[in-house]
Design a protein around this ligand. Structure first.
Ligand code: GDP
Ligand code: MN
Length: 397
């Protein structure tokens, strides 16, 4: 689950990281009010930032500076309602504008291959890191944290030197790097990214200037499987920005992942679902989704799963592969027949049900008298028929 910047910054602050003050506004008037408070401080300017779960807001015009309450209100009016990569902006973050001297990139990311947390840094911050990664990969320095002891001081210092922050900012940097690691573990995040981590100029009371490192942007993604133990993070979920299909799947307790093929899959058990997808590919087809309806799936879950599959216009055929254990074949078959009776879009379906009450299931499917519903005795046969049906539908279209 991705967090909005203002939520991510709250988690950084909780770990003691340096994040400039900010407010969240849902209207231009609210933004004006928030800006007024910050304009009284030394900053003299505020930054207004679109709060959407996509990157590159700066380039898209979703980050604007303002030097007065009027300008802030106007900037917020421009940004609110703006479309950024298909997402409508409903909130803006308002903060005192930082006077940036240099921008860096720093992130903790879960490296599943190495089974460690990876600290990634670059002196080329501010721009999209994917661009740096493809064009100048050597500009990104990577250090794995210790698997048991975490990110050690000497590792953080090594990163600091690599980024040219070995001087007056060394201590600050080490604290920030360790804070990112702490944010990651405290929240079961798989990514905590600061871009830019900036050297910011500030005026001190005696008229001199000081420079500090500050987290000006924050991106955090939480491991979905860990959300059960973080109700406070689950509450930060922004359903309005999620794919409606994902929201529906979660509500139904279905494990569903959309893919880009043409054969919709309904399977019970994650391992069987993956095997089914492998067999479809081997037979020359492409799965449209991963779907595990879970053990003991009942009638209504089957209907919900069918609706999810059919919501994808690319689906040309459906393959149902059920191994009846706790799940009863007749229950699934009844769910399938009922779902097909009410669904608006009709696509050919191939069903293979074995195990508990398989014979009863076969009888229910046969009695339905649906010419587009085929059954199969083996998985290979089912896959073959589904691929053939999808191919035929593609040719006919
Ligand atoms: P992103 O484009 O979605 O990653 O949004 P960011 O928050 O990273 O902002 C993009 C760019 O806007 C940054 O790299 C900065 O150059 C600029 N920016 C963001 N906040 C400030 C600020 O407080 N002051 C100034 N001067 N520039 C800022
Ligand atoms: Mn950024």
């Amino acid at each position: 689950m991705k967090l909005q910047e203002y939520h991510a910054k709250r988690l950084l602050l909780a770990q003691g990281l340096p994040v400039p003050a900010y407010s969240v506004a849902e209207s231009a008037a609210e933004a004006r009010q928030a800006a007024q408070a910050y304009l009284h401080t030394d900053a003299g300017r505020v930054v207004i930032k679109a709060q959407v779960l996509v990157g590159g807001r700066g380039k898209a015009g979703g980050v604007k500076l303002a030097a007065s309450a009027d300008e802030a209100e106007q900037a917020a009016r421009q940004i609110l309602g703006m479309d950024i990569k298909g997402t409508t902006v409903r909130r803006v973050l308002v903060a005192p504008a930082a006077d940036i001297a240099a921008e860096f990139y720093l992130a903790c990311v879960l490296d599943r291959g190495a089974r460690r947390v990876l600290l990634m840094g670059s002196a080329e911050g501010g721009v999209e890191i994917e661009v740096v990664a493809t064009e100048r990969p050597t500009a990104i320095k990577q250090i794995h944290a210790h698997p048991l002891l975490g990110l050690l001081d000497h590792q953080a210092r090594r990163m600091a030197f690599a980024l040219g922050l070995g001087g007056p900012h060394l201590r600050e940097f080490v604290a920030i790097a360790r804070g990112l690691y702490a944010t990651m573990t405290a929240n079961d995040a798989d990514l905590v990214e600061i871009n830019p981590l900036a050297i910011v100029r500030e005026k001190v009371a005696d008229g001199t200037e000081k420079q500090t490192l500050q987290c000006l942007d924050a991106k955090i993604t939480i491991d979905d499987s860990a959300l059960d133990r973080h109700p406070e993070l689950e509450a930060m979920r922004d359903i309005a920005e999620e794919d409606p299909v994902d929201v529906a799947a979660r509500e139904q307790g279905l494990s569903f992942i959309r893919l880009d093929g043409t054969i919709g899959c309904m399977v019970n058990g994650a391992g069987l679902a993956m095997t089914t997808m492998d067999l479809i590919k081997r037979a020359g087809g492409e799965p449209a989704n991963f779907l595990d309806i879970g053990g003991g799936a009942k009638h209504d879950k089957v209907a919900a799963a069918m609706t999810l599959i059919l919501a994808d216009p690319h689906v040309k055929a459906i393959l149902v592969n059920i191994f009846g254990g706790i799940a009863r074949g007749d229950e699934v078959a009844r769910g399938l027949v009922d779902a097909r009776r009410v669904q608006e879009r009709h696509v050919p379906m191939v069903v293979r049900i074995v195990g508990t009450n398989a014979q009863e299931a076969a009888r229910i499917l046969a009695e339905a008298g649906d010419p587009d519903l085929q059954t199969a005795a083996t998985l290979d046969e089912a896959v073959e028929k589904a691929v053939a049906a999808a191919t035929a539908a593609a040719v006919a279209a």
